[in-house]
Design a protein around this ligand. Structure first.
Ligand SMILES: [Zn+2]
Ligand SMILES: [Zn+2]
Length: 364
């Protein structure tokens, strides 16, 4: 006959009541909730959190016994333990139970021990990149794989990145282990990101602090970036916002300084720019990104294009484009891979000498 503690007996109405420690189901765990909660809180003492979730595992002899007894989910120790421990933990800590928690405690019922999972902290914002020559994400030197060599001047990096500039002070401020930048698209290393800035979310893993003053953080980040990058509009975000930001496909507005192989007239240029707006652009993956992107044809639109300045062999053109259109290739034609292109429409080779993103339409 099965021998159980009083608590398990009251829940299951089976077996014979014995001392708690002899309980074949909980081994007395249900009588040690206080000290278990204390241990958990001790482990979490350096972490700020408002909400928690307790999960537990049974996979061995306990699970086999419960299967044998044909217990339904609500009667299993897992369920009872989670519920009772949650109550004790809430009472002791003043924090509350949540299914979308700041911290998750996973208790191993077969081999009494637990692990703690701290939810990442997500901070949304917009960044402006005021200088050229910054990569958006960390760009490890491929000659030394980040170890440092002559090519990278012993930095291990090919370029300094927006990611390092923004995430490092944030990671430090919240006491996280690691931080990642998720951008709403990206600009080229040699392009600036101006205007209202590009939406991003920083994901900080294993954060110790959550209740932070975002105005203060903004100041700290901007001091750290020394004007190369400026962040604004910081607010707290959720995990699901990362997917939205990365896949939203916001309309972008560009300002391109274009150089022509030979002088073109204002009239010719105006006609060509008008034509860019009239038809979809068929763009095969640009040669310069072919090493990291699949070779396929994208169809994208130019919503608007406007000549801001034109003098002989040089023009500045403002282009409003669908997300995913490569502007340098829209101008150059990329050896016929982008059709139509400004070069093709003009009958004169031209290319982008300088490129700025001046607006990203959309955000969180
Ligand atoms: Zn028991
Ligand atoms: Zn190197």
């Amino acid at each position: 006959m099965i021998e159980v503690c009083e608590k398990c007996y009251n829940a299951l109405k089976i077996g014979k009541i014995v001392e708690a420690n002899e309980c074949m189901i909980c081994s007395g765990l249900l009588y040690r909730l206080d000290s278990i909660a204390d241990e958990i809180l001790k482990r979490l003492k350096d972490y700020e959190f408002d909400t928690f979730l307790i999960g537990s595992r049974s996979y061995g002899s306990l699970k086999a016994l419960e299967d044998y007894l044909n217990l339904d989910d609500k009667k299993r120790l897992k369920h009872r333990f989670n519920r009772e421990l949650s109550k004790v933990l809430a009472r002791k800590s003043g924090k509350s139970y949540s299914t979308d928690p700041d911290v998750t405690i996973i208790y191993d019922l077969e081999n009494p021990s637990f692990e703690v999972q701290v939810a990442p902290l997500y901070i949304y914002g917009r960044y402006k990149k005021r200088v050229r020559g910054l990569s958006q994400t960390r760009w490890i030197c491929r000659f030394c794989n980040g170890k440092g060599c002559e090519v990278c001047n012993w930095t291990g990096k090919r370029y300094l990145s927006v990611e390092e500039l923004i995430t490092e002070p944030i990671r430090e401020f919240v006491g996280g282990k690691h931080a990642i930048l998720h951008g709403a698209g990206r600009e080229d290393v040699d392009a600036r990101m101006l205007g209202n800035g590009r939406p991003f979310i920083v994901e900080i893993q294993d954060p110790k602090r959550r209740k932070i003053d975002l105005k203060e953080l903004e100041k700290i980040v901007n001091e750290f970036c020394r004007g190369k990058v400026v962040v604004s509009d910081l607010k707290f975000a959720k995990a699901k916002d990362v997917e939205f930001i990365k896949s939203a496909g916001f309309v972008k507005v560009y300002r391109a300084k274009v150089v022509f192989e030979k002088e073109v007239s204002r009239e010719e240029l105006e006609k060509a720019v008008e034509k860019l707006k009239e038809q979809p652009i068929h763009q095969r993956t640009p040669l310069r990104v072919l090493h990291r992107r699949a070779d396929l044809v994208r169809v994208r639109r130019v919503y608007d294009a406007e000549i801001i300045l034109h003098r002989g062999k040089v023009a500045v053109i403002k282009i409003v484009a669908e997300s995913g259109l490569y502007i340098k290739e829209l101008v150059s034609g990329d050896q016929g891979r982008t059709k139509p292109s400004l070069s093709e429409l003009l009958g004169v080779n031209c290319w982008v000498e300088k490129l700025d993103v001046i607006e990203v339409r959309g955000g969180l």
